[in-house]
Design a protein around this ligand. Structure first.
Ligand SMILES: N[C@@H](CCC(=O)N[C@@H](CS)C(=O)NCC(=O)O)C(=O)O
Length: 202
């Protein structure tokens, strides 16, 4: 059976495992699933993922897997996207957990509410902007020192963090304030072979 990946093309969380499959040449069927139109609330979908969220995968052997970062770890097993050194691998996980707790809940959520749901700035929780900028400043600090998040090469930490950072402007964040982050986004997009999402002048 072919691996099936349910996801929305607009969602960074869904693109993360897709980029890994593409990069590693693993075959799959993409099933476009909109998280805003009720498709993730049907009984059929909830049987795949009771959390009612994309992405979710049906693996080739029929087993189910959710959570974008867990999916990336599974798909990239044995590849150079996961450091073989134990400390570097733990650092990769440090950034993956940080992404889900301190980055995605602010930056992805502000993109979704402002860009996709069309909310005005005064309708948004102001802490999304301050906490999102704090996350970008934390990334800037690291990327002024190293070209990638872990060691000197691309790892799953970069793939997880680039997913929403490259579209942060849609959430009202200005990456011109974070030049090292901007340079890193361009590097990671090139290595993944994906289109540049950064605005030309911002
Ligand atoms: N932590 C999850 C988050 C997944 C998530 O937030 N998915 C969104 C789309 S980006 C979704 O399906 N939202 C619908 C909902 O929560 O009801 C992951 O990394 O996979």
């Amino acid at each position: 059976m072919t691996l099936k990946l349910y996801g929305s093309s607009n969602s960074g969380n869904c693109l993360k495992p897709k980029w890994i499959l593409d990069r590693l040449g693993i075959g799959y069927e993409w099933i476009e699933t909109d998280s805003f139109d009720g498709s993730t609330r049907t009984p059929e979908f909830l049987a795949l993922n009771p959390a009612g969220q994309v992405p979710v995968a049906i693996l080739a052997d029929g087993r189910l897997l959710a959570q974008s970062n867990a999916m990336m770890v599974h798909f990239a097993e044995g590849s150079d996207l996961i450091p073989s050194d134990a400390y570097d691998r733990a650092k990769m996980f440090e950034w993956l957990f940080w992404e889900q707790y301190s980055h995605e809940p602010q930056i992805a959520v502000r993109i979704a509410r402002k860009h996709f749901l069309g909310k005005r700035d005064d309708e948004l929780d102001p802490s999304l902007l301050t906490k999102g900028n704090a996350a970008l400043a934390r990334m800037e600090l690291q990327l002024k020192q190293t070209p990638f998040f872990v060691s000197d090469r691309l790892s799953l930490a970069d793939v997880a963090l680039v997913a929403y950072t490259r579209r942060a402007h849609l959430g009202g964040f200005d990456l011109r304030d974070y030049p090292a982050v901007r340079g890193w986004v361009v590097r990671v997009e090139e290595l993944l072979g994906i289109e540049s999402a950064l605005p030309a002048n911002g």
